[in-house]
Design a protein around this ligand. Sequence first.
Ligand SMILES: Nc1nc2c(c(=O)[nH]1)N[C@H]1C(S)=C(S)[C@@H](COP(=O)(O)O)O[C@H]1N2
Ligand SMILES: [Mo]
Length: 196
Amino acid sequence: MSTNDALPKTLPPGQRRLREHVLNHYGRVPARSADVWRLTVDGATQDGAVHSLRLADVHALPRTTVDADLHCVGGWSVTDLEWEGASTRDLLDLVPPADEVTHVLAVAEYGYSATVRLDDLASPRSMLAWRLGGAALTAEHGWPLRLVVPHLFGYKNVKWLRGLHYHSDAQRGFWESRGYHVGGDVWRGERYSYQE
Ligand SMILES: Nc1nc2c(c(=O)[nH]1)N[C@H]1C(S)=C(S)[C@@H](COP(=O)(O)O)O[C@H]1N2
Ligand SMILES: [Mo]
């Protein structure tokens, strides 16, 4: 048993702990060079404009580190991941949403997507991560940019993030269109759409 296993840890109900961080995603791992990568922030932005950010623009935001557990709605959790990147709060300050915005659709390379409530995106531990465990994020775990919202299930933690679309209602993403909850809060047990 490693020392880590001896640490008490409260997992959300229905979750079991994995010793290693496994991979879990739909489709292929994208291979896009960081030079041509852009993060598009659009929809109901406060200024009505479409914002296209380069990786350098995202990296220029204040740096933050968040220690978090990752909870897949399938029932496994990996604990104590150290993410580094920028706070989504700072991104929301850089590109403010219009007043009517309630949800943000996070879109990945190849069309994977997940809806996130604006309040969850604005929560202090939510971030745009490009480092994990003291090293650059690997392609498999989401390079060049991954959305990390620790209190939401894994399916909201979009790897290979390419777009944030501001909406005044919940636009269902990949798993939310396949029976999973629009909210996805792990501590409230928001797993399936029938619970909404
Ligand atoms: N782009 C993309 N991001 C994704 C997924 C996916 O299929 N595509 N799967 C999600 C799910 S369901 C989980 S549990 C986590 C798993 O993250 P990991 O592969 O780093 O363990 O990624 C999430 N992010
Ligand atoms: Mo998952």
